[in-house]
Ligand binder design. Structure first.
Ligand code: AMP
Ligand code: MG
Length: 417
């Protein structure tokens, strides 16, 4: 047991809880994909999802050009003249040079400049010896060296961006290199969220005994900001079923996904499940994971509803496990399979059989070996240990005891490459 660890909340095994994988599958099955598309300027397309394959209508490069500042020549001609040639002229980047290489001649070329059709090599400037009226070249020269061929990067007709790809900075480079100024992307799903709890006050108010600042709304805002979605902050709602019902109805009218935090457990003031039942359908509400066991998933008309637990760490973890895949499905995003990274634990860990556990860890590499330790208290209210973490340690449902030095799966985040 790690010396810092004392659990303030021990959850017992709950046989009625759905396992994590089944819960994700159930959620994905019920998520409808976004159909509407919009055409936007590429400068606004960062992070958006391509709605169809994008093909190139040109070759890149579109003309043979030099990869170096140097001299373009024809190897046969060079050999004939014993590796000594005269300069015929200069080809600069941005100027169309349309002449051919003449016998006995070489052409001074800059990087990116057009080279004559009958040139078959470029010698870098540093390798040539410039005499008074002749330039001498080394006698080991390979055909096509330092020449960029038409279409060697992208061929006319190539698919450069696949449907479902999230546009990144490289794509902006690719699209602009092809002269494509606007693209068609999927509409941003509308995600509305609100916090629930009588104890919550906003950060501009004075903190009184028994009250806490609402941090989940900020946490969710941060998590959602990294996704191509439209965020609707719907504020804070008291622990009151009637008001919750009203708010849920209001959100359902304008949202693809509704997220709430808090009020989803079995406490006297937990009304989310009963409110959801009144306005929509509860698909399930207990999952065998820690943190995050009580999580209500359901539908309100066409909107998907996620009732996340109130503890901030539970809210963050369940968002990452359940809501991110749902948003990705909604956007038909290409999802690359996650790399499994294993690490040795620095100290023994406690774990209950029958549920998957996500612990907050700090992953390091020492002499090429991955080593992980937990970052402190693991209660789902302890946000500071998530702040210190750079990974989750994912412990399988069947696992019971983890001894110091055992190998565990880690899911890194916030890691500098
Ligand atoms: P609940 O799920 O409503 O029982 O809340 C579980 C714990 O999370 C309680 O200690 C709440 O005070 C806390 N909590 C609920 N909502 C928030 C919030 N928006 N920000 C910070 N803590 C919260
Ligand atoms: Mg509450």
């Amino acid at each position: 047991m790690h010396k810092n660890i004392k659990n303030s909340c021990i959850n017992d095994f709950d046989p009625s809880a759905l396992d994590e994988i089944t819960a994700v599958k159930e959620i994905l099955k019920s998520i409808k994909t976004v159909k509407e598309i919009e055409t936007i300027n590429i400068i606004d397309a960062l992070g958006r999802i391509a709605s169809k394959n994008i093909k190139s209508s040109i070759n890149i490069p579109s003309f043979r050009n030099s990869a170096m500042d140097g001299y373009a020549l024809n190897i046969k001609n060079l050999k004939k003249h014993k590796y000594n040639l005269e300069e015929q002229g200069i080809s600069l980047a941005g100027k169309a040079y349309n002449k051919k290489l003449k016998d006995k001649k070489t052409l001074r070329v800059m990087t990116g400049a057009v080279i004559p059709d009958n040139a078959d090599a470029v010698i870098m400037k540093e390798m040539a010896h410039i005499g008074d009226d002749m330039i001498s070249f080394p006698n080991f020269i390979q055909k096509n060296q330092n020449i960029r061929n038409i279409g060697e990067d992208i061929k006319k007709g190539d698919i450069v961006i696949k449907q479902g790809k999230q546009i990144n900075y490289v794509d902006l480079g690719i699209l602009s290199s092809l002269g494509i100024g606007s693209i068609s992307v999927l509409r941003k799903p509308i995600i509305s969220f609100f916090s629930t709890g009588d104890e919550l006050i906003s950060i501009d108010k004075k903190l009184e005994r028994g009250l806490i600042y609402d941090s989940n709304r900020y946490l969710l805002f941060g998590l959602l900001s990294e996704l191509p979605v439209q965020i609707k902050d719907m504020g804070v709602v008291k622990d009151n079923e009637e008001i919750l019902v009203k708010k849920l109805k209001e959100c359902a009218k304008v949202s693809d996904i509704i997220i709430t935090t808090g009020g989803v457990s079995v406490g006297d003031a937990d009304y989310i499940k009963s409110a959801l039942k009144k306005v929509g359908k509860v698909n399930f509400w207990k999952i065998a994971i820690k943190p995050g066991r009580p999580l209500a998933y359901g539908k309100i008309n066409k909107a998907s509803f996620f009732g996340l637990p109130g503890n901030p760490v539970s809210a963050a973890v369940t968002f990452q496990i359940f809501i991110i895949p749902a948003i990705k499905k909604m956007l038909r995003m290409i999802v690359s399979s996650r790399l499994t990274i294993m690490a040795q634990v620095k100290s023994s860990l406690s774990k209950k059989r029958g549920r998957v556990e996500y612990k907050r860890g700090l992953l390091e590499q020492k002499n090429g070996v991955n080593i992980v330790d937990i970052t402190g208290l693991q209660g789902s209210n302890i946000l500071s240990s998530l702040s210190k973490a750079n990974c989750y340690i994912r412990l399988q449902s069947e696992t019971e005891k983890i001894k110091k030095g055992d190998t565990v799966e880690v899911i890194p985040f916030n890691i500098d490459l």
